[in-house]
Structures are given as C-alpha cells and as structure tokens.
Design a protein around this ligand. Structure first.
Ligand code: XUL
Ligand code: CO
Length: 449
C-alpha cells in the first residue's frame, strides 16, 4: 500500500524522503546498500525474515543524557511545553520516521507514549487516549506494533522492584500498570508483550528474601498471562534477560536462567525470550550464545538488536553494526526456522555526540543493512555442505548403533564400560574450528560481492 509520509501539517524530518534501496555501490548515506525489502532469500523476502522494528524510547525520548551531563539533542516534538500536546507531537514525529525509514513495526513502553501522571486513573486515561491516536496512525500508514511493555523501573516507587518488591502495595501498583499496558498492546494489535525486569533483582542479599521475590515474580507473570488471554491476546509474552544494571543482580540473568524459570513455573510456551545482544554480552556470553540457548528450547521469540563495547562493561546500546555478530545471530534465527511473532527491534541509541536529526536515519539504515548482510551471509553458510557436513560428521556416532541406543536411554554405566573396554582408547577427532571460521570468512567475502 502507499504510505503517507507524514501526518497533519508539520513535517519533522523535512528534506528526508522515503529511504530507498540503492545497492552496494551507492554512497548516499540516506539509502540502503543491502536491505532490499522485497529481495527473496531462502524462500522469504528480507522484510519477512527481518521484521524490523523501531523503538520509541531511545529514538524519540532519548535526548543523550548520561551520568555526567544533560541531553544534547533538541527534539522539535518536545517544544510545546504541554504534556498532552508533546505526546501527540511525538507520536506524529515517530510515525513520520517509521514511514520514511519504511520499517514494518514499532515498539513502545506505556510511559514513552502517554502523557505522564502519577495518578493511576489519570495515567490510564492518558494511555487510552494516545493509543486511540496511535491506532489511527497505524491505519493511515500501515505500521504494525511488534510489542508493547510497561516501564516498571523508572519511577521512584519501583526502586525496590516491581513484581519482586518486598511491599505488596507496590506489586499491586505494578500489576495495575501491566494491565493497562496489555490493554494498550492488544488495542494496537501488538504481536508480543514484553517483560524486562529492570529492578527485578537485588542490590544487597542482606535485606532480600530472594525465595519470596522469585515466587512473586512467577505469580505476577502467571496472572499477567491469564489476564492477557482473557481479553483475547493471542500473541507471545516475552521475557528479556539481562544480568545486572540497574540492579547488582537481576533474576532474569541470561537465556538459560530464564528458560529454567519459565519451565519451573509452567510458563514456557506462552512465554518466550526476547534476546538483547548487549544484555547477552553483559552476562559474559555472546549474542549468538543466548540465541542458541533459546533456540534449543524452542523459546527464541524476538531480538532487541544492538551491541555493547568490548572495552567497557555497561549497556551502551550501540547500533548493531558488527557484521560477525549479525552473521552469527542470523545463523541462529534461520536455524530456528525464522521469527514467528518476533522481529528485530532496534533497542539502540545514538551516541550522545550524534546530534543531527538525520543521524537517527543513518544509524537505523546502518543497522538494517548490517542485519540484511548478516541474513545473506548466514543463508550462504548454511547452504554450504562443507559447513553443514562438518557438523553432522562430528555428531555422526549418534546416528545409529550404540550411540543411538545411549540416546534412547537403553545403555547403563556397566554396558558403557564393556563398550569402552572392547574398543580401547578413542581416536582423536579434530574439532576443525579454524576451518569453520575460515568458511565463515569466505562467505562474507563472496556472498556480499
Ligand atoms: C533495557 C532494555 C529495555 C527493554 C524494554 O536495558 O533493554 O529497553 O527492552 O523495557
Ligand atoms: Co531491550
């Protein structure tokens, strides 16, 4: 469908039109070099594979403040001084940006879109009002909502946690906020609903009953799931792991921790994982590792696309431009059979020093091109029998005979000892890591030519 480029009479990104694919030879900073939405790779278009989303929080509210300084960006949609007007203007600017960038999806926290209020009933009304406006803009532009979430970490009331707060009154308050955020997500046709537990953890073990807090978190997620299903939400609930920051320890530490928690509480299936690259690296893993753990359990739901910085240990949320990360990430996504309801959400922010409005486009274009290249290379590697044969050969002893019997549980320790005694010292079998790494490099060079 033709998408209207901006709504109303105010154009926020004037001078920038719809971003076009111009191919790898283009030097236009405002054009895609690799992301060609309709190009077919492995039976699906790039748009269908990648399902890009722009996030509201960093992109339209992140003015560049850090612990040492105030914001550096002046947003024209934040200049009216009236809360409701600013919420409306931000929404129009956001939909203009989405449409010009030509992404199919967007994501939001309740507090990013609604005019603020500490009064619960007033906040619910503010949220409902902006959701109605957003739904209208979705109709006008063809945009879709990938997911919504509630910000249960910014307000001082949540300083000791939201669903894991030691005080029941705060848990109830958090539940009220999640209820209206689920309502908002459903009203916008959101395909997923996310929980990121920014303050679900502890600052000190000395004052914390971790046993109670973890039980409360499970109960909270269960009741949120039940409510969502009761109002007709058919999408996926997602938990986004992160080991620390802001808390010293967060309960949703990494993929494997969250998978164990979901399984233990009977939530796996309704809930899947939203894997964020920079959170995986904060946990001491790679992005691909956390994706792999989720994929192995059939719980890979969605991705928050960004990257950290190897020289510092915090959540820098940089745009995902590291080609190896994108290749290894897309290899996991492809081997998982692709996204179902999930997608690639740019939970990424401009550097504080990037102060031009066009930098917002340039950063997203770079991230989209990086994942498009990652997709092309990943598909090329996975179609190369040199690569796939190395892996299947490595595990071939399980295909039949005693290996298969072991897998089916019919060999005990005594039987295994007899086999070891009979066969003598096992032959050495090379892991061929360097060969596989070389093959990856060969494909980066050849598939992107
Ligand atoms: C914070 C983070 C969040 C979640 C949504 O590190 O990633 O923005 O994605 O609350
Ligand atoms: Co995130």
């Amino acid at each position: 469908m033709t998408r209207q480029l901006f709504i109303g009479d105010r154009e926020y990104f004037s001078g920038i039109g719809r971003i076009q694919y111009e191919g790898s030879q283009s030097t236009n900073p405002l054009a895609f070099k690799a992301y060609d939405a309709s190009r077919v790779i492995a039976g699906k278009t790039m748009e269908e594979h990648l399902r890009f989303a722009v996030c509201y929080w960093h992109t339209f509210t992140g003015v560049g403040l850090d612990p040492f300084g105030v914001g550096t960006r002046d947003f024209p949609w934040a200049d009216s001084g009236d809360d409701q007007q600013m919420a409306n203007d931000k929404l129009d600017a956001a939909f203009e940006f989405f449409t010009k960038l030509d992404v199919p999806y967007w994501t939001f926290h309740d507090v990013d879109i609604a005019a603020p209020s500490d009064d619960l009933a007033e906040f619910e009304a503010n949220l409902a009002r902006i959701v109605e406006r957003a739904a209208e803009r979705q109709r006008l532009t063809g945009m879709k909502c990938l997911w919504g979430t509630a910000n249960l970490f910014g307000h001082p009331r949540y300083m000791n946690g939201a669903s894991t707060n030691p005080d029941f009154a705060v848990v109830a308050r958090a539940a009220a906020q999640v209820k209206s955020a689920i309502d908002a997500t459903v009203a916008l046709g959101g395909e997923n609903y996310v929980f990121w537990g920014g303050r679900e953890g502890y600052a000190s073990l000395l004052n914390t009953r971790t046993d109670k807090e973890l039980e409360h978190m499970a109960m909270f997620l269960t009741k949120a799931r039940d409510y969502g299903r009761s109002i007709g939400f058919e999408g996926t609930f997602l938990v986004e792991p992160k080991p620390m920051e802001p808390m010293k320890h967060q309960y949703d530490f990494d993929s494997q921790t969250v998978i164990g928690f979901l399984e233990r509480h009977g939530l796996a299936g309704d809930f899947k994982l939203n894997i964020e690259a920079n959170h995986a690296t904060l946990a001491g893993h790679t992005f691909a590792h956390d994706l792999r753990m989720a994929r192995d359990s059939n719980l890979l739901g969605s991705i928050d696309a960004n990257r950290g910085d190897a020289q510092n240990g915090w959540d820098t949320d940089q745009f995902p431009l590291d080609l190896y990360d994108c290749v290894h990430g897309m290899m996991e996504v492809l081997q998982a059979g692709g996204f179902a309801s999930g997608g690639l959400n740019f939970d990424a922010k401009l550097r504080r020093e990037s102060t031009d409005l066009e930098d917002m486009f340039i950063a997203h274009i770079g991230g989209m091109d990086a994942f498009a290249r990652g997709l092309i290379v990943a598909d090329s590697i996975l179609s190369d029998s040199r690569f796939t044969d190395l892996v299947s050969e490595r595990y071939s002893s399980w295909e039949s005979g005693e290996g298969a019997q072991f897998e089916s549980g019919s060999l005990g320790l005594e039987a295994l000892r007899e086999i070891a005694l009979r066969d003598g010292e096992p032959a050495k079998r090379s892991g061929k890591q360097e060969l596989m790494e070389n093959i990856v490099n060969d494909h980066i060079a050849s598939a992107l030519r």
